[in-house]
Design a protein around this ligand. Structure first.
Ligand SMILES: Cc1cc2nc3c(=O)[nH]c(=O)nc-3n(C[C@H](O)[C@H](O)[C@H](O)COP(=O)(O)OP(=O)(O)OC[C@H]3O[C@@H](n4cnc5c(N)ncnc54)[C@H](O)[C@@H]3O)c2cc1C
Length: 428
């Protein structure tokens, strides 16, 4: 690398789903594109839960279903609330599927392969130190004392956004807007997975769990079945950690694995991998005001494009699609002969018109709901107590109203200017 190195049309920072999809889409159109990744291999620094929604990837990558490293197609969804040895579970199953389980490292490796086959250059083990700006125009990137020139830089650095912060495009990450995700990959053989989770060989399960598993910290647990492993993890909202937890967060995860609800499924499995990563919580609050500038575009998590619906997380498909749209915007600016903010603003328009912004704008109220501490403590307690009153019958069975009164006893639930939940069950 260095000033004498050839100029690229586009330099992409980060080989995650967003950066690699941008690179693939640009290289396919014949543009000269380089991806710079600080990890040893594409995917080596990535961590996620375990399931990806496929529609966007199928549109972008021809032959996706047959070529991509898919573990299982998700045909069962479970949602549980667990409190001690008691739990409530609902399950949804269907023969059709719109999402699959996969290892993110394998998926990104596959995307890297597709980008290289299309003609992109991927340089690993290189940490970009700065985005190179001159006269209010991005000229390229700086890494290890060298500079690399490009018409446009696509920032796909993920949630940490150190480069965007340094550039003054975003403020320091606010703990109120991010959560920490922890994950173990647990080895179990295929037969045991199929038998224990009631799955056919290629069927997958996605399971979301609320309640005591997070030890009072707002957040939830997840489990995804791969072919011969299970991904188990927790997402803990940092705003809810008013003081440091009594336990190390990995101990909380290990207790989750050995909890009464999980033990019979995975208690005898062997943890072969673990990790932690930040994830956007209220993603739109994290978005830079503009996702484009002179010679500059921002995609994926760095742009705050993640949808956390509480019962499921969509980051990978949104990241990949934003990379695809960034490539389209570059192509248009190229045809206009100028890579200034005015021309690259087309990216923001494409995002607004796409499912990404439609979805993110549609679901803003979920963020408010996920900020309500009662969602994680009082409501789960009420529901499990209600079930225990209704189902654990000794001599007399309570009426539903009696059971509800018992379950909500002493639980004064004030929402801002809202009703006390006990009002709802007061007999007329
Ligand atoms: C615990 C957890 C669970 C999740 N579960 C799911 C899920 O089940 N399904 C789903 O769809 N999404 C999930 N997500 C979200 C998903 O992982 C992200 O939305 C997605 O990975 C974002 O892709 P990206 O390319 O924008 O960023 P990333 O995947 O974070 O990639 C960024 C890349 O940039 C590189 N990089 C950063 N800085 C530099 C630098 N200075 N120089 C060079 N390289 C750099 C990094 O090494 C990394 O490879 C989850 C996230 C977490 C943390």
């Amino acid at each position: 690398m260095g000033l004498c190195s050839p100029k690229f049309d586009v330099a992409v920072i980060g080989a995650g789903p967003s950066g690699l999809t941008a690179a693939y889409s640009l290289a396919k159109k014949g543009f000269k594109v380089v991806v710079l990744e600080r990890g040893r291999t594409p995917g080596s620094k990535n961590l996620y839960g375990g399931r990806v929604y496929s529609s966007a990837l199928e549109e972008i990558y021809g032959g996706f279903r047959s070529e991509a490293p898919i573990e299982r197609w998700v045909k069962k969804e479970r949602f549980s609330i667990a409190l001690g040895d008691k739990s409530i579970t609902i399950e949804y199953s269907s023969n059709s599927s719109s999402s699959f389980t996969a290892y993110l490292s394998k998926l990104t490796n596959w995307m890297a392969q597709k980008a290289e086959e299309a003609g992109a250059t991927i340089l690993t083990d290189i940490r970009v130190d700065d985005i190179w700006v001159e006269d209010n125009f991005v000229k390229g990137i700086k890494a290890g004392g060298d500079k690399l020139q490009a018409d446009v830089v696509i920032d796909a650095e993920g949630i940490n956004r150190i480069l965007l912060e340094r550039m003054g495009v975003v403020p320091k990450l606010d703990p109120n807007h991010v959560a920490i995700g922890l994950k173990q990959v647990i080895k179990l053989d295929e037969e045991r997975i199929n038998e224990r989770f009631g799955l056919e060989p290629d069927e997958g399960l996605a399971w979301f769990i609320m309640g005591e598993v997070t030890k009072g910290i707002p957040g939830g647990g997840f489990l995804y079945t791969n072919s011969t492993t299970v991904s188990l993890g927790l997402v803990l909202f940092l705003w809810g950690m008013k003081k440091p937890p009594n336990q190390h967060v990995f101990e909380i995860l290990e207790d989750f694995r050995l909890s009464p609800l999980m033990k019979k499924f995975i208690g005898d499995g062997v943890c072969i991998e673990y990790g932690a990563h930040l994830t956007p919580e209220i993603s739109l609050d994290l978005s830079p005001k503009k996702l484009y500038g002179n010679g500059f575009l921002v995609v994926g998590d760095a742009a705050g494009l993640l949808l956390n619906l509480g019962y499921t997380v969509r980051g990978v498909d949104l990241a990949a699609y934003s990379g695809y749209l960034a490539a389209k915007a570059f192509e248009k600016a190229h045809s206009e002969g100028k890579f200034n903010a005015e021309n690259l603003a087309h990216y923001q328009n494409l995002l607004e018109e796409s499912f990404i912004m439609t979805e993110l704008n549609k679901h803003t109220s979920i963020a408010k709901l996920l900020k309500n501490e009662s969602m994680f403590k009082i409501y789960p307690e009420i529901l499990v107590n209600l079930a225990s009153k209704l189902y654990e019958i000794k001599w007399r069975s309570p009426t539903i109203l009696e059971a509800l009164k018992e379950a909500t006893k002493g639980k004064t639930l004030f929402t801002e200017n809202g009703p006390d939940i006990t009002d709802l069950v007061k007999a007329p």
